[in-house]
Write a protein that binds this ligand. Sequence first.
Ligand SMILES: [Zn+2]
Length: 458
Amino acid sequence: MLQITQAPTSPVLINQRFSILGVASVSSAGMTLTLIVDGTFRTTGPEVRNNGTWQVDFLFTAAGNRRLRIEVAGDSTEIVIPVVTSLPQAQRLRITQIPARLPVLQSTTIEGDAENYPDGTILQLRSDRQFELARPPVLNGRWRSTVGFNQPGRRVIEIRTLDGSQSAAAEIDVVAVTPPRPRVSFVNPPRQVREETVITLEGNAENYQDGDQLILRADQTQELARPRVQGGKWQANTLFRQPGNRLIEIIGSEQDRAQTIIEVQAAPPNSFQILARSSWTSEPTPASLPNLTPRRITLHHTALASSPGASSTQAQDAARMRLIWNSHVNGNGWSDIGYHFIIMQSGRVFSARSELKRGAHDLVNDGLGIAFDGIYSAATINQKQFDAAVALCTVLCRRYGIKNTVTPVPTPTADFGTRNLPLILGHRDRVNTECPGTEGGRTIRMPEIRTAVNGQLN
Ligand SMILES: [Zn+2]
């Protein structure tokens, strides 16, 4: 019996002394071992100890897989020892670059060393000791990989060999990204408004997308409008029908709203009235005239001098109405005053021709004719006339379903074919005439009248 109990398990260097331990039968005690190298070189070894154990101390002077045969008393055993000129370098993995923090859904490059690994060796990059992220190959002793995470949290990142025999680890903190906070606000909200008056509310809508819908609300219950965001701003037209303090909110979401308080003031008592035809004449509009369904309003001046003026009495204004009637009926040979209403410089509004009958004022005559008394080729109507015109036109538009007095629409004219004109227009827009004064109705403030009426309507 002869057995080796301990020998080198890895290659040994040339000239590196190593030991082989073994055991022989006790009957061999005191006998000398014979060593045979590579089957040819024989030498004497140590003696077997009294308890049967033995120890050979040896070294090789040449590299290769060297065979060592040990013999004693007819027994033998053999071992092959790899002998090398230099030991293989230790392999080592390391993570050399990894960010401490990484926002969710952002990618980053993690890289490191793979010392003494041959090019092309496939490594495994994984997180939390279980999830494979990538299989980077080794190149020039380095590895690298681009990774990203879609959930926040602290991650253990590990680079390892496929068999798991070598590894290195580091931690990365994946952090949630806070999106920019949306924020709605009012910009210069009015503190006071009149009831039944259209106002425009506006504001900012930071970090909203174009087209996002907001809600404009009053008193936490009444929806006023649903403005859409455009370029980070919102705007809405609205009106209030009840006086009092109103809590107005612009709402982007449950978490994002802005508030303002607007005091809605009662409209002044309505002093506007249309004086009936009976206030200046007992003569009716002839019933034989064709009926009218008004589609628009044409503004005129009477072009008659010597108006009674802004502080005239109602009696003076009534006398003026009779003078105009006389001029149209007996002077022009018409069956009645051509206009449906006349606005005196006092601000009084008189009903002239019945608004149920077609007028004689702009040749097309598919609408109502309103004349400012006086000549406005150079002079401008006074404020009372302006206010009366706005009030009268508003009443008439509501009465006849005219909803927009500013947007031009195709309109038949007497002298210019079809033109694009708003539903409140001037005589000269349809007929080659100077009435109601200047181009564009500047002296009768026509653009302002259109806008003011439109505001009242919408
Ligand atoms: Zn006219």
